[in-house]
Design a protein around this ligand. Structure first.
Ligand code: HEM
Length: 216
């Protein structure tokens, strides 16, 4: 009991600090009342998860990864950003259309939101709030909302074909980070498989603004 009393305030301080960091991140609008409701429902989401063989064990595996990844988001983003920066076909989407060069402020602003996304994905809360933010992220990659959040002059959209493709480098390079904190080989495998499914699931949801009316 004494131990609990000692730990609880620190735990809640950690949660409060994490929430404050989220609120302070420009453009990170998860849960904001201003967001549009997703044009797909929680029942659609459940059906999609079924088609992806995404089950309760995947939810548990993702949640197990949350504690492992929490203090590694910067290192993970160094790897992911390194990949994008060294791939001209991808970095062009962070380019300033006037100078033709990558826009460092744009890259940095998105990076801060990306760090929250890693933990949101690991927390695996598949509720209406999460679903509505998936719709928003899809819009932000597409011609409907790209560049608006950060007020930048860049390409009109991320060409859709690259979005599902990025599932592979993102999840392949995540694997060593999942293995950093002593989880068993079997648990690393379970977490990795769950991450592959979750990232693909999100890439599919983000495709909605790119798909012709009625065909999603
Ligand atoms: C599985 C694939 C992908 C994942 C998980 C992912 C993840 C994210 C996340 C979390 C954000 C920030 C969302 C927010 O504003 O809260 C974002 C924004 C962005 N991503 Fe991606 N992304 C993927 C594919 C791509 C690809 C292939 C590109 C091409 C380089 C790309 C370029 C961008 C750009 C330019 C933004 C900023 C959009 C804006 O103007 O608001 N993304 N992405």
């Amino acid at each position: 009991m004494q131990l609990l009393q000692a730990i609880l305030p620190r735990l809640s301080f950690g949660v409060v600090a994490a929430e404050a960091a989220r609120q302070a991140t420009p453009g990170y609008n998860y849960g904001h009342a201003t967001l549009a409701r997703a044009p797909y429902s929680l029942a659609d989401l459940a059906a999609l998860q079924k088609a992806l063989l995404f089950g309760d064990d995947d939810v548990l595996a993702l949640r197990q990864s949350a504690a492992i990844l929490a203090d590694q988001t910067d290192a993970i983003l160094d790897v992911w950003y390194g990949f994008v920066a060294s791939t001209p076909e991808l970095v062009v989407f962070f380019g300033n259309t006037r100078t033709g060069e990558p826009d460092p402020a744009y890259l940095e602003a998105v990076r801060k939101r990306f760090a929250h996304w890693i933990l949101d994905t690991a927390e695996a809360r598949y509720d209406q709030t999460w679903l509505d933010y998936q719709y928003e992220i899809g819009l932000r990659h597409s011609k409907f909302k790209k560049n608006r959040t950060d007020g930048v002059q860049s390409t009109a959209q991320v060409n859709f074909r690259y979005i599902p493709a990025l599932t592979i480098p993102i999840t392949t390079t995540l694997r060593p980070f999942l293995a950093q904190k002593g989880a068993s080989a079997n648990d690393v495998e379970r977490m990795h498989a769950a991450w592959v499914k979750s990232v693909l699931l999100q890439a599919i949801l983000w495709s909605q603004p790119y798909v012709r009316e009625g065909e999603f």
